[in-house]
Design a protein around this ligand. Structure first.
Ligand SMILES: Nc1ncnc2c1ncn2[C@@H]1O[C@H](COP(=O)(O)OP(=O)(O)OP(=O)(O)O)[C@@H](O)[C@H]1O
Length: 616
């Protein structure tokens, strides 16, 4: 009689095999979680970092309980008075890593009767948006700590008299941008001798503009997610025997993109990008909130007009909008007033705008017509450092023009340990740049590993079902319609921005009334395009969409208010809360190698979902 125990492995019932495999995966997961728990146990608390109790209380009120790795490492050195050069991935908490020790140092100066020239701490950030964000963060900490410290922000658009007024109250902290520096120093608004702590964020270019005026005794802190700066060169300029921190978190080594952001891509022609983004959003296979990056302002308006025909309301953020509007759009998006934001990032926008302007000039020579010309704000930037709250998905509608651009864009999702994903639409023209990004992220040792994997939840069939409608609507979004909407939107925003500036200062709550995702199209969207009829929906993609919605609901229910680190939540989501993660069965330890049932070319498999997906 045959003994089942001695049966060759191949003869074992496939269901038993599946179950064993699942058990193995579960065991592996438990080991990883145990390792992570042990790692967490080794973590230091804010008390152990000798942070002032007032700051710790303020952090608790903000829902922040434990320091992140960069905070644990950098805070003690900064408190010691050391120069620090730190590179840590996006969303890892670099802002508090320098703000907390900075405030603590200023607390001790508060009591001293000796009058110091002001401001003593100088925070240099790459964009106005980041300037506003850092200023808001430092102001809220000061308020929560109830200390007599004053912070101000200066931007280059401010008249000199306003700059002088802002500095007249002897602020201890100044937050500003590189573009503002020449103005501050040239007109004697600021005394560089006063600066004894300089913080620069994303430092390469920023520092050159202040190199000649920073006093030698000044403590310098340089923070970045992507820098390639030569520390040796910087040493000669500013740094005194700096501590160089390159944060290696767990198994992530030096990867600049957090491992909690799953990266996907879809291969499609440039013309088919509208069709694909429609499928992603309309079939709800990506989770909200969603930040969509494009490379030109016109493309942003084209996309907005296209999507609104299908009942998808989006807001637009770009460097030609007035500053008030930009800050307001960011506030509303962060507050969750709308789910889709189409953004043009700084670098790509500047270069493309130059091209556009050149193009316009040439045309203008032939046609002597008055044309709408963009005026861009040199201090605009939504990619580096801006803390978009609860963005789950970043979509690269256009691919960024550099690896750094990609890292900063993707870093807007998955901030502070939350899970996130990115989907890049890659056309044949963009393939070379995309390969560069992939090989950079894979690193030297791991060249062949797929860090960015094909998006698994959209079948070819699902996309094709929408083609007729998408192409029909795309034709109606003409160049003229785009240009008119862009000019109209800018006019509206300028009027609103001016009219409402003083009103909002007096009535901040009224800001909520001005929604930024309003329709731009002159003709109202036709009702039948708002819903996709049953017969057009591919059943497999529909199944995936249901999972995404379920996961969203589950995440909503278990998410804690206050924004602090939530271990329970973290574990739950790791165990399958995020369908994109659950679906990527071949994943490495942290589920990075993407979904099954995918073709190497970035398209979903024609078969659609895998066995595992169907079971899910
Ligand atoms: N110790 C902490 N615990 C939980 N959340 C934190 C902690 N420290 C910071 N955060 C939150 O993490 C988010 C990201 O922080 P921050 O903006 O400082 O990241 P960053 O490293 O500067 O990212 P980037 O390089 O993209 O600018 C913020 O919402 C912040 O409030």
């Amino acid at each position: 009689m045959a003994n089942t125990k001695e049966k060759p492995v191949d003869d074992v019932n496939p269901e038993v095999k599946e179950a064993e495999k699942a058990e193995e995966v579960e065991e592996q997961r438990d080991v990883i979680e145990k390792e992570e728990e042990e790692e967490e146990e080794k973590d230091k608390s804010f008390e152990e970092l000798r942070l002032d109790p007032r700051l710790i209380r303020a952090l608790t009120k903000k829902g922040i309980e434990k320091p992140t790795p960069i905070q644990q490492t950098a805070i003690p050195f900064i408190l010691e008075g050391k120069d620090v050069v730190a590179k840590a991935k996006t969303g890892s908490g670099k802002t508090l890593a320098y703000l907390l020790p900075l405030l603590q140092k200023l607390f001790s100066d508060c009591g001293s009767k000796k009058k110091k020239p002001a401001p003593s701490a100088f925070i240099l950030v790459p964009s106005r948006e980041l300037c506003q964000q850092v200023y808001a963060e430092v102001s809220s900490l000061i308020e929560l700590c109830r200390v007599q410290i004053k912070a101000v922000q200066l931007t280059s658009s401010m008249p000199l008299s306003d700059m002088r007024n802002a500095l007249a109250g002897l602020p201890e902290i100044l937050v500003t941008t590189p573009a503002c520096i020449p103005k501050c120093f040239a007109d004697g608004v600021l005394d560089p001798a006063a600066i004894n702590l300089l913080l620069s964020y994303g430092y390469e270019d920023n520092l050159r503009s202040v190199a000649s005026i920073v006093p030698r005794r000044c403590q310098c802190l340089l923070m970045s997610a992507t820098t390639s700066s030569d520390v040796e060169k910087l040493k000669k300029l500013f740094l005194h025997n700096p501590v160089v921190l390159t944060l290696q978190e767990g198994a992530d080594k030096e990867e600049p993109v957090p491992s909690n952001v799953q990266q996907f891509w879809i291969s499609c022609s440039a013309q088919d990008k509208l069709l694909h983004i429609l499928a992603l959003l309309k079939l709800e296979v990506v989770q909200k909130k969603i930040l969509i990056f494009i490379n030109t302002i016109d493309m942003g308006f084209k996309l907005k007009l296209f999507l609104e025909k299908f009942g998808i309301k989006t807001a637009i953020l770009n460097g030609e909008l007035p500053q008030n509007s930009r800050l307001h759009i960011l506030e509303q998006f962060n507050a969750g007033l709308f789910d889709y934001l189409i953004a043009t990032d700084d670098n790509s926008q500047q270069t493309k705008a130059k091209e556009e302007a050149k193009d316009e000039d040439n045309k203008e020579k032939t046609k002597n017509k008055k044309r709408f010309k963009p005026k861009l704000d040199a201090e605009f930037g939504v990619v580096r450092g801006i803390d978009f709250k609860k963005v789950h998905t970043v979509i690269n509608y256009d691919m960024p023009q550099s690896v750094t651009g990609y890292i900063h864009r993707i870093g807007r999702a998955g901030r502070a340990y939350s899970s996130g994903s990115s989907v890049s639409l890659v056309s044949p023209d963009e393939m070379e740049g995309f390969e560069e990004i992939k090989s950079f992220l894979a690193g030297e040792e791991d060249k062949d590993s797929d860090v960015i994997t094909p998006f698994p939840l959209l079948t070819e069939n699902a996309v094709e079902c929408l083609r007729y409608r998408a192409e029909d609507v795309a034709k109606s979004v003409t160049k003229i319609a785009v240009r008119e909407s862009r000019a109209q939107d800018l006019r509206n925003e300028i009027i609103n921005s001016e009219k409402l500036k003083s009103h909002f200062e007096a009535n901040p709550r009224d800001l909520d009334l001005l929604k930024h995702d309003k329709l731009l199209s002159k003709t109202a969207p036709v009702p039948h395009l708002k819903d996709i009829p049953e017969y057009l929906v591919d059943p497999k993609t529909q199944e995936a969409s249901k999972m995404v919605k379920l996961a969203r609901a589950a995440m909503g229910n278990c998410r804690r208010s206050g924004g602090g680190r939530n271990n329970a939540n973290k574990k739950r989501s790791r165990k399958g809360g995020d369908p994109l993660k659950t679906f990527s069965a071949n994943g490495s330890k942290r589920g990075r190698s993407g979904g099954v049932g995918q073709k190497k070319d970035g398209k979903g498999s024609s078969d659609g979902l895998t066995k595992k997906q169907r079971t899910a």
